[in-house]
Design a protein around this ligand. Structure first.
Ligand code: RTP
Ligand code: MG
Length: 145
Protein backbone atom coordinates (compact mmCIF):
# COMPACT_ATOMS: atom_id res chain seq x y z
CA UNK A 1 0.00 0.00 0.00
CA UNK A 2 1.36 3.50 -0.78
CA UNK A 3 2.30 5.68 2.19
CA UNK A 4 -0.49 8.00 3.39
CA UNK A 5 1.61 11.12 2.81
CA UNK A 6 4.08 10.43 0.03
CA UNK A 7 7.15 12.63 0.01
CA UNK A 8 7.29 15.54 -2.44
CA UNK A 9 10.01 17.70 -4.00
CA UNK A 10 9.88 20.97 -5.92
CA UNK A 11 11.88 20.70 -9.15
CA UNK A 12 12.77 23.67 -11.34
CA UNK A 13 14.02 23.17 -14.88
CA UNK A 14 16.05 26.38 -14.99
CA UNK A 15 16.20 28.89 -17.90
CA UNK A 16 19.42 27.46 -19.37
CA UNK A 17 17.80 24.03 -19.63
CA UNK A 18 14.60 25.41 -21.18
CA UNK A 19 16.65 27.42 -23.70
CA UNK A 20 18.57 24.28 -24.66
CA UNK A 21 15.33 22.26 -25.10
CA UNK A 22 16.33 19.92 -22.27
CA UNK A 23 13.03 20.05 -20.37
CA UNK A 24 11.82 16.74 -21.76
CA UNK A 25 15.18 15.03 -21.15
CA UNK A 26 15.28 16.18 -17.52
CA UNK A 27 11.68 15.25 -16.74
CA UNK A 28 12.19 11.96 -18.60
CA UNK A 29 15.00 10.98 -16.27
CA UNK A 30 12.90 11.77 -13.20
CA UNK A 31 9.89 9.84 -14.54
CA UNK A 32 12.03 6.94 -15.72
CA UNK A 33 13.45 6.59 -12.20
CA UNK A 34 9.86 5.89 -11.10
CA UNK A 35 8.61 9.15 -9.57
CA UNK A 36 5.23 10.75 -10.27
CA UNK A 37 4.65 14.21 -11.69
CA UNK A 38 1.79 15.73 -9.69
CA UNK A 39 1.90 19.37 -10.85
CA UNK A 40 3.65 21.16 -13.73
CA UNK A 41 3.79 24.71 -15.09
CA UNK A 42 5.84 27.08 -17.25
CA UNK A 43 6.51 30.41 -15.57
CA UNK A 44 8.86 33.38 -15.85
CA UNK A 45 9.90 33.95 -12.23
CA UNK A 46 9.54 37.38 -10.68
CA UNK A 47 12.24 38.84 -8.45
CA UNK A 48 9.78 38.49 -5.54
CA UNK A 49 9.27 34.75 -6.07
CA UNK A 50 13.02 34.24 -6.35
CA UNK A 51 13.70 36.19 -3.19
CA UNK A 52 11.31 33.91 -1.29
CA UNK A 53 12.70 30.80 -2.93
CA UNK A 54 16.36 31.69 -2.36
CA UNK A 55 15.86 33.35 1.05
CA UNK A 56 19.01 31.64 2.38
CA UNK A 57 21.11 33.13 -0.44
CA UNK A 58 19.71 36.67 -0.75
CA UNK A 59 22.56 38.32 1.14
CA UNK A 60 25.35 36.38 -0.61
CA UNK A 61 27.61 38.07 -3.16
CA UNK A 62 26.50 35.78 -6.00
CA UNK A 63 22.79 36.46 -5.48
CA UNK A 64 22.43 39.27 -8.09
CA UNK A 65 23.85 36.95 -10.75
CA UNK A 66 21.35 34.27 -9.71
CA UNK A 67 18.50 36.76 -10.18
CA UNK A 68 19.74 37.67 -13.67
CA UNK A 69 20.03 34.00 -14.57
CA UNK A 70 16.74 32.84 -13.16
CA UNK A 71 14.60 35.72 -14.48
CA UNK A 72 15.92 35.77 -18.06
CA UNK A 73 13.27 33.39 -19.35
CA UNK A 74 10.79 30.69 -18.48
CA UNK A 75 11.41 27.89 -16.02
CA UNK A 76 9.40 24.69 -15.79
CA UNK A 77 8.27 24.11 -12.22
CA UNK A 78 7.20 20.65 -11.14
CA UNK A 79 6.01 18.89 -8.02
CA UNK A 80 7.32 15.33 -8.01
CA UNK A 81 6.21 12.64 -5.61
CA UNK A 82 7.42 9.29 -4.34
CA UNK A 83 9.03 7.44 -1.45
CA UNK A 84 12.40 9.13 -0.67
CA UNK A 85 11.94 11.41 -3.68
CA UNK A 86 14.12 14.21 -2.23
CA UNK A 87 17.16 11.96 -1.94
CA UNK A 88 16.36 10.31 -5.25
CA UNK A 89 15.98 13.46 -7.32
CA UNK A 90 19.00 15.13 -5.66
CA UNK A 91 21.01 12.07 -6.63
CA UNK A 92 19.75 12.23 -10.23
CA UNK A 93 20.65 15.96 -10.38
CA UNK A 94 24.27 15.61 -9.32
CA UNK A 95 26.33 18.10 -7.34
CA UNK A 96 25.91 21.88 -7.66
CA UNK A 97 28.84 22.73 -9.91
CA UNK A 98 28.15 21.20 -13.31
CA UNK A 99 31.77 20.92 -14.48
CA UNK A 100 32.42 18.64 -11.51
CA UNK A 101 29.08 16.81 -11.28
CA UNK A 102 29.41 13.07 -11.77
CA UNK A 103 28.79 11.65 -15.23
CA UNK A 104 25.46 9.83 -15.22
CA UNK A 105 23.73 12.71 -13.45
CA UNK A 106 21.66 15.44 -15.11
CA UNK A 107 24.23 18.13 -14.40
CA UNK A 108 27.18 15.81 -15.06
CA UNK A 109 25.88 14.66 -18.43
CA UNK A 110 24.28 17.86 -19.70
CA UNK A 111 25.88 20.81 -17.90
CA UNK A 112 29.17 22.64 -17.76
CA UNK A 113 30.66 26.03 -16.91
CA UNK A 114 30.05 28.43 -19.80
CA UNK A 115 32.00 31.28 -18.22
CA UNK A 116 28.78 33.15 -17.45
CA UNK A 117 28.41 35.31 -14.32
CA UNK A 118 25.99 32.86 -12.71
CA UNK A 119 26.58 29.19 -12.06
CA UNK A 120 24.19 27.69 -14.60
CA UNK A 121 23.33 24.18 -13.52
CA UNK A 122 20.11 23.28 -15.33
CA UNK A 123 17.94 22.17 -12.46
CA UNK A 124 16.88 22.83 -8.90
CA UNK A 125 15.56 20.32 -6.39
CA UNK A 126 14.53 21.03 -2.80
CA UNK A 127 17.12 19.80 -0.31
CA UNK A 128 14.73 18.35 2.30
CA UNK A 129 11.03 17.53 2.73
CA UNK A 130 10.64 20.70 4.84
CA UNK A 131 12.28 22.82 2.11
CA UNK A 132 10.03 21.13 -0.43
CA UNK A 133 6.87 22.07 1.49
CA UNK A 134 8.07 25.68 1.77
CA UNK A 135 9.07 25.91 -1.91
CA UNK A 136 5.90 24.23 -3.20
CA UNK A 137 3.94 26.90 -1.31
CA UNK A 138 5.91 29.59 -3.19
CA UNK A 139 5.64 28.13 -6.70
CA UNK A 140 2.26 26.41 -6.41
CA UNK A 141 0.20 28.48 -3.96
CA UNK A 142 -2.91 27.01 -5.61
CA UNK A 143 -2.08 23.53 -4.27
CA UNK A 144 -3.40 22.54 -0.85
CA UNK A 145 -0.94 21.41 1.82
P1 RTP B 1 19.80 24.17 -6.10
O1 RTP B 1 19.39 24.75 -4.77
O2 RTP B 1 19.57 25.08 -7.26
O3 RTP B 1 19.30 22.78 -6.31
O4 RTP B 1 21.36 23.97 -6.07
P2 RTP B 1 22.19 23.49 -4.89
O5 RTP B 1 21.36 23.17 -3.70
O6 RTP B 1 23.03 22.44 -5.47
O7 RTP B 1 23.04 24.80 -4.63
P3 RTP B 1 22.86 25.96 -3.55
O8 RTP B 1 24.12 26.02 -2.80
O9 RTP B 1 21.58 25.81 -2.80
O10 RTP B 1 22.77 27.26 -4.44
C1 RTP B 1 21.59 27.59 -5.09
C2 RTP B 1 21.87 28.06 -6.51
O11 RTP B 1 22.55 29.31 -6.50
C3 RTP B 1 23.50 29.33 -7.54
N1 RTP B 1 24.83 29.46 -6.96
N2 RTP B 1 25.77 30.21 -7.50
N3 RTP B 1 29.07 30.65 -6.05
C4 RTP B 1 28.11 30.78 -6.95
O12 RTP B 1 28.25 31.43 -7.96
C5 RTP B 1 26.85 30.09 -6.71
N4 RTP B 1 26.59 29.31 -5.68
C6 RTP B 1 25.31 28.90 -5.85
C7 RTP B 1 23.38 28.03 -8.32
O13 RTP B 1 22.49 28.25 -9.43
C8 RTP B 1 22.77 27.10 -7.30
O14 RTP B 1 22.04 26.06 -7.90
MG1 MG C 1 19.95 24.45 -2.69
Amino acid sequence: MPPATPERILVLVKPDAVERRLTGEILRRIEAKGYDLVALKVVVPTAEVLEAHYAEHVSKPFYPSVVGYMTRGPVVAAVVEGHRVVEGVRSLMGSTEPTLSAPGTIRGDLGRDWGTPAMENLVHGSDSPDSAAREIGIWFPELDG
